[in-house]
Design a protein around this ligand. Structure first.
Ligand code: NIG
Ligand code: FE
Length: 407
């Protein structure tokens, strides 16, 4: 058995439990001073304070803050090319949907992704994962959605599966064939929805390459009715629903999320009260993406209203080449406090346990408790307030994945 002791922890801060935390519980974080964590074969065996047990291998936290590894529950990790050309368009007043409707946006990334080999996509995504790990992310969700054709959607999902094998970060795959109606179906949307439901989803199920099905429910993208059709088909093929909802216009996505009992709804920038109520009824987690609001110059989601309504709030990067080319969860933490006005404790829960719950991993990661994976970050920081308050530096000092120092 491989035993590793993380010792000399000045402050250990972690939410507790094996399910999403909502309401006042979102802000309840256990802190311990002068703590240690014993990891056996990659799994946390014991957590304590004061005198530590002996172990053949030790990692000295040098009196610093330790938290669970960060969980990035929403990324579009696998794509060809970048879209830096859109910055100039945006500076001259074009909106996200203007650029998309002119053939830029998701369609242009789709063209680049279709032209890339599996190897090229994997090497590029692996570099992004290296960077994420350096910022403290130990598990991340990754969506397809830049293939928009059966062979290319499956190609992206295979890349995610292979990266999960070869990279220390654990990956969780989401099928998002309904990211955009691709150019070749522009005059027959219904045919594309049928392709997703009748051809792509059965193959995704057969090949076992995704756990969730996501849809971009948005003006000029997929209507709420189309989204329902696709997510219900996903359910029939064993994929739990997620939904990009209320990012730019509220066209019913958050209400639908609650009605379907979706595991999470994402963005929710302009989420109406009825959407919040529906998510609370349906047990849906709000997966908020503040770096996207920042990057789009948009408003920030009504996080406080969600916490007050008993909707668990998670936060993630939304890393993608268009609306959010950011893979730094520490920036998300900053924005959670500064823009959502969540407390450091609420934010920590959002980026660990609630993120884990949004990808159905709350039983195995997201907290520092016996039985969970030994995924930890040792910070260059004395306490939780400090990592929320410092902006623009990388404060992750050591990253531990399943008991192994990986950074
Ligand atoms: O979550 N909104 C839809 N999908 C991504 C953006 C994708 C892109 O712009 O390439 C998002 O923001
Ligand atoms: Fe997204």
């Amino acid at each position: 058995m491989k035993k590793v002791l993380v010792k000399n922890i000045g402050m250990l801060a972690t939410p507790e439990g094996r399910s999403a935390r909502r309401g006042a519980e979102q802000g309840t974080v256990r802190t311990r001073k002068d703590a240690w964590v014993l990891i056996e074969d990659g799994v946390i065996a014991a957590v304590g304070t004061g005198a530590a047990p002996d172990a053949p291998e030790t990692v000295d936290a040098c009196g610093n803050l330790v938290t669970p590894g960060l969980v990035d529950a929403h990324t579009h990790l696998v794509f060809g090319g970048w879209r830096q050309n859109e910055l100039g368009l945006k500076l001259h007043g074009a909106s996200y949907l203007d650029i998309q409707n002119a053939g830029g946006g998701i369609q242009s990334t789709t063209n680049a992704t279709r032209g890339a080999s599996e190897r090229e996509l994997a090497d590029k995504a692996a570099r992004a994962l290296d960077e994420m790990l350096a910022f403290g992310t130990t598990t991340c969700e990754a969506k397809s959605g830049y293939g928009l054709a059966t062979e290319h959607e499956l190609k992206e999902l295979r890349v995610i599966r292979d990266l999960n094998e070869r990279h220390p970060i654990d990956l969780v795959a989401t099928f998002m064939g309904a990211h955009l109606v691709p150019a070749e179906y522009r005059n027959d949307r219904a045919a594309y929805v049928r392709l997703v439901c009748e051809e792509m989803l059965p193959l995704v199920e057969e090949q076992g390459v995704a756990e969730f099905c996501d849809v971009f429910c948005e003006a000029d993208t997929f209507t709420a009715e189309e989204s329902r059709k696709i997510l219900e088909a996903g359910l029939r093929h064993g994929l739990r629903p997620k939904i990009h909802a209320d990012e730019i216009e509220a066209i019913g996505g958050s209400v639908l999320a609650g009605e379907l009992g979706a595991i999470s709804a994402e963005h929710l920038i302009v989420c109406p009260d009825e959407g919040i109520a529906s998510m609370a009824r349906g047990g849906t987690i709000a997966c908020l993406l503040p770096a996207t609001s920042f990057n789009l110059g948009a408003a920030f989601a009504p996080a406080r209203a969600m916490v007050n309504a008993g909707v668990p709030v998670a936060m993630a990067t939304d890393f993608n080449p268009g609306s959010c080319p950011c893979l730094n969860m520490q920036f998300v933490i900053n924005l959670g406090c500064l823009k959502y006005k969540l407390t450091p404790e609420e934010v920590l829960t959002a980026v660990t346990l609630n993120g884990a719950a949004a990808i159905d991993r709350a039983g195995t990661i997201g907290t520092v408790e016996p039985g969970k994976l030994g995924d930890l970050v040792i910070w260059d920081a004395p306490d939780l307030d400090y990592i929320c308050y410092r902006v623009g530096s990388n404060l992750a000092r050591t990253v531990i994945k399943q008991g192994v120092v990986v950074r």
